[in-house]
Design a protein around this ligand. Structure first.
Ligand SMILES: C[S@@+](CC[C@H](N)C(=O)[O-])C[C@H]1O[C@@H](n2cnc3c(N)ncnc32)[C@H](O)[C@@H]1O
Length: 233
């Protein structure tokens, strides 16, 4: 694995014990709402097979199951993949038998081609610099007509809110994150990685270039998060 991936993996291993708590706390529970919207956007059918890439502690997989059960009164099969063993071990404690966790790299998905009806990635693609190839890997693993759903932290449009958000994100959040996670780097890396993430319009172009059609995006919570959907045609 290259150095960039090693760094990310070590960082998530280190913050895994506090990851869920910090997500809820630092986002004021907005993360729960964002994942709900993400799963709704995939419009899963009854027998669909879903993949949660960079699943971390598996909150997306769990939300998929929850919505599926509410809608179809049936369980749905979900695979979760992540390269942080620590994140996966926390995920394992939260899930039931219908979610299968696999250790692996998003760039080299350990599944056969044309398998999934929907591929999800929440707050993961920002950490993967080779976005074109990771999106191509998703496309390969999707059936024709399958959906890719990407949820990512983005920067709000210029204005007062953006200035306030940047103060919170760059000055306050790293202090809170370091205090609770005991990892000073992780929550300094977080705002840096978000600032480097392309604007939604640009990221949508990368999705289109990777071969996805009908690419749409929706800013949420003043644009601090954006939800992208594309179809494998
Ligand atoms: C911010 S967490 C998101 C976790 C989860 N999706 C969520 O909604 O909370 C990012 C996750 O991506 C994983 N990750 C980053 N790059 C990866 C890669 N190349 N392959 C597999 N997992 C990766 C990390 O280990 C970490 O668990």
């Amino acid at each position: 694995m290259n150095k960039e991936l090693d760094f990310i993996q070590t960082m998530f291993d280190s913050i895994a014990p506090k990851y869920d708590f910090l997500n809820r706390f630092l986002s004021l529970r907005q993360d729960v709402f964002w994942r709900k919207e993400m799963v709704k956007a995939a419009n899963l059918a009854k027998d669909d097979l879903a993949l949660d890439v960079a699943c971390g502690t598996c909150d997306v997989g769990i939300e998929i199951q929850k919505q599926h059960k509410d809608q179809y009164k049936a369980q749905c099969k979900v695979f979760g993949v992540d390269f942080s063993h620590k994140m996966l071990s926390f995920a394992q404690k939260k899930i039931d038998n219908n979610i299968n966790l696999v250790a692996g790299n998003a760039l080299f998905l350990p599944f056969k081609d044309n398998l999934f009806d929907a591929v999800f990635i929440a707050f993961g693609i920002r950490n993967i610099m080779d976005r074109a190839n990771v999106l191509k890997a998703f496309k390969k693993s999707l059936k024709k007509g399958g959906r890719v759903v990407v949820l990512e932290l983005t920067t709000p449009a210029p204005g007062l809110l953006k200035n306030l958000y940047i103060i919170y994100f760059k000055k306050i959040l790293p202090l809170l994150g370091a205090f609770f996670s005991k990892d000073a780097n992780a929550y300094t890396y977080l705002p840096e990685s978000v600032m480097k993430f392309p604007e939604p319009k640009e990221f949508a172009k990368i999705m289109k270039r990777a071969g996805f059609k009908n690419v749409k995006w929706k800013p949420m919570t003043f644009g601090i998060v954006t939800l992208f959907v594309g179809i494998n045609n």
